[in-house]
Write a protein that binds this ligand. Structure first.
Ligand SMILES: C[S@@+](CC[C@H](N)C(=O)[O-])C[C@H]1O[C@@H](n2cnc3c(N)ncnc32)[C@H](O)[C@@H]1O
Length: 235
């Protein structure tokens, strides 16, 4: 009798998150933007806080091999351990880290802020685990350009808006304010984009896509859906 084929417990996870699989267009842009900032930094102990499926930690380990990654979801930990061993992947609490103070030189926080229960507590814990002068690369997500313009006209702040349950958008200025409140010095401001015209579903999406497409070559960070910062922990 032949053995039944093993069930792939992660069959629903998009193939591009697997080791050595070709990247999708969004993932390629996200990696390029984050890794170009990381490569500017000297070697050191890195924490990927909210690692997703583990692909950025794995890519980051090529230049910064002393990396530890944590995420709140156990299933993501299981997948990342299967795909990207021997990088250490562990589950963290939703409301903080158990690492000692000043135990990392660099923290990566890539599109995690929209999901955390408390921005201030999350940033305070990043500051706590960074050594003095340590670096933070943080990306967040904002809403499409046209809706942001409309909210600015109507005087609403991005961070006060709840686009869908459990997700909070932050525009670049919200994120810069958050960093400054936690005494981070902003060294670089960047952004990354969804591929223009991909998955655009209606005329408004199309116009937003055009803003993103022309904003990128012109360096108009404000048009981008994913603000990105390199910051240094100040005293
Ligand atoms: C949009 S994904 C980004 C993943 C990864 N950083 C990347 O760029 O591919 C957001 C991640 O944040 C994690 N997350 C959400 N809330 C968290 C929390 N309170 N602490 C740590 N991770 C959290 C989610 O489980 C998810 O993996």
């Amino acid at each position: 009798m032949t053995e039944p084929a093993p069930v792939d417990a992660f069959a629903d996870i998009p193939a591009h998150f697997r080791r050595e699989a070709p990247q999708d267009a969004h993932q390629r842009r996200r990696h390029q933007a984050v890794l170009s900032l990381l490569r500017e930094l000297p070697p050191g102990r890195v924490l990927d806080y909210g690692f997703g499926w583990g692909d950025i930690a794995w890519a980051a380990a090529k230049t910064h091999p002393d990396i530890h990654a944590v995420d709140v979801e156990q299933r993501r930990v299981d997948f990342a351990r299967q795909q990207y061993a021997p990088i250490p992947f562990d589950q963290c609490r939703p409301d903080g880290l158990d690492f000692p103070d000043a135990s990392f030189d660099i923290v990566l926080s890539i599109v995690v802020l929209p999901f955390v229960p408390d921005d201030e507590a999350y940033m305070a814990d990043i500051r706590r685990v960074l050594r003095p002068g340590g670096h933070l690369i943080v990306a967040t997500k904002t809403s499409p350009f046209l809706s942001r313009i409309w909210r600015q006209v109507s005087g609403q702040r991005e961070r006060d808006r709840h686009p869908s349950p459990g997700i909070r958008h932050h525009d670049a200025s919200d994120t810069a304010d958050l960093l400054r409140r936690h005494r981070f010095e902003i060294l670089r401001r960047r952004a990354f984009y969804d591929p223009p015209f991909e998955a655009r579903q209606n005329p408004v999406d199309l116009v937003n896509g055009v803003f993103a497409a022309v904003g990128e070559p012109l360096g108009l960070v404000a048009t981008a859906p994913y603000p990105l910062f390199l910051a240094r922990k100040g005293g």
